[in-house]
Each structure stands twice: as C-alpha cells, then as structure tokens.
Ligand binder design. Sequence first.
Ligand SMILES: NC(=O)c1ccc[n+]([C@@H]2O[C@H](COP(=O)([O-])OP(=O)(O)OC[C@H]3O[C@@H](n4cnc5c(N)ncnc54)[C@H](OP(=O)(O)O)[C@@H]3O)[C@@H](O)[C@H]2O)c1
Length: 252
Amino acid sequence: MKSVFITGGTTGMGLELAKIYVKRGWKVGVCGRDPLKFKENFAYVSQDNLHYYQVDVTDRAALQSAIAEFSSSIGLDLLVASAGISFPHKTRIPDFERSYHMVHVNLLGVMYAFEAALKVMIPKQSGQLVAISSIAGFNGLPGVSAYSATKSAVTKYCESLNLDLSDLGITVTSIHPGFVDTPLTRVNPHPMPFLISAQKAAEKISHAIDKKKMHYSFPFIFSFVVKLLSLLPRTLYKRLMKIKLFNFSKEH
Ligand SMILES: NC(=O)c1ccc[n+]([C@@H]2O[C@H](COP(=O)([O-])OP(=O)(O)OC[C@H]3O[C@@H](n4cnc5c(N)ncnc54)[C@H](OP(=O)(O)O)[C@@H]3O)[C@@H](O)[C@H]2O)c1
C-alpha cells in the first residue's frame, strides 16, 4: 500500500488531495496547527488509513519527528508540501514581521519537510517530493512582495532538486496554481480571474504528480498569460503593472 504525507492537509488543496489519496486506498498523513480543522473536514472520510499530526511547519524538529514517525510505521512514497500562507491586504510598504513569517512558513517549511522526507527516500532511492508553489512566483507582483519571493524561491528550489535527485530515483515537482477557492483566498478583497474549486485543483495536481512532472501550472490560459508577462522586457512589464486592473496594492 502506498503512502503520502501532506503538510497543510487539513483545508483547501491539501485537504482535497488527501481525500483523493484516501479514495485511492493510500495511507495518508496530514499535518496542520489546528486539530479542529482536521476533525471537521475529515468527519465523513474513512479514518482507517488516515493519520493527523498537530505540527507547525516552522518547527523543524517537530515536523521532522512527525514525518519520521509516519514513515517508520507506514512508509513514505510521496511528500506534498502544501502548507502556506498569504496576506489578503496587498500593501506597497512591506510589513516586515509578516514577510519574515511568510518566508518561514512558505519557504523554510517546504525545506524542512523535504529534508525529513529525503532521510527516508535517499536510502531507498525512490520517492516523490511535491511543493505547492504559485503562479505568483513567475513575476515580482505588486503588493505581495514576500509571497512572490517565497513562491519564486520554492519553484527554483524544486527545479534544482529535480536535477540533483533524479539519478537517485527521486522526482521533485513544483505546482503553480492560479486562483483556487480555499480559506486562503476567500478573504481576498480583489477580483480573482479564472478561480477554480479546490477539488478541481486537487484533481489536476494529482494527475501532474502521477505523471511525475517537473513543473505544472494551471489554469492553462491564466498561467500562459502570466508566463508571457515573465518574458516581457521589465520596462514594459512595469508599465503594464501601473494599470489598476493588474495592480491590487494599496497606497500604504
Ligand atoms: N488558494 C490559492 O488560490 C492558491 C494559489 C496558488 C498557490 N497556493 C498555495 O497553495 C498552498 C495551499 O493553499 P490553500 O489555498 O489550500 O490554503 P488553505 O486552505 O489556507 O490551507 C492551508 C493549510 O496549511 C496549514 N498551515 C498553514 N500554516 C501552517 C503552519 N505554519 N504549519 C502547519 N500547517 C500550516 C493550514 O492548517 P492550520 O491553519 O491548522 O495550520 C491548512 O491545512 C499554499 O502554499 C498556497 O500558498 C494557493
């Protein structure tokens, strides 16, 4: 029986991915900080193959021990680092406290999870690491400097690791969603073009994981446009970003 550990697997895309793997008959471990989210969101899901760990991904030792416990008793074929945060209010002047926290959760949280998983995967020379990055990492977006920075870093981190680890039988995949309807985005005060459900997003992500892709971005049209923006000369990109339609950041 296969096994997957999902950080941030109690709401949003992590939750929907966990449900997919439970349905497939995999053993599933999820972690998050709030056990109530697990209790509420998995109330109607078969608990036989399900394990919850109350862990904050910024606590390296606690995350390592949760993943070590899961893998030693159950195994570890797949690790999905989905835990992440964003801040709904886009501001021009960075809130540095929040930015540092975001780096800790969105970037170091992924590294800590990968570190723990590789302790198991390298010796057996098989496994797959997946990080839920974002199309927000393709360009430096206005108003979300720390979020763009963490997601860009996660994407490049995965790309490097993919090159380094493929000869050891380990696949590394980075996923770049556009807007997905989850608790994270429901508080956004701005329009969210091409918004899709977390369930649909998780279906797409699980297919990309099955295909062992290096990168996967969706929805197609939105991610295509955002990728095109990343190819523009930066002076032109800057001019476009001055247009209110594309720029959600406030005066302060
Ligand atoms: N939704 C989108 O439109 C979108 C688009 C692109 C990328 N993403 C990325 O996709 C990932 C999942 O996002 P989502 O929208 O599904 O978010 P979500 O519904 O808010 O779920 C976040 C999950 O992460 C957990 N979490 C948050 N901080 C944590 C921490 N410090 N330690 C452990 N667990 C933590 C939450 O549980 P607890 O609160 O109980 O800890 C929850 O299970 C994130 O990395 C996000 O940046 C989202």
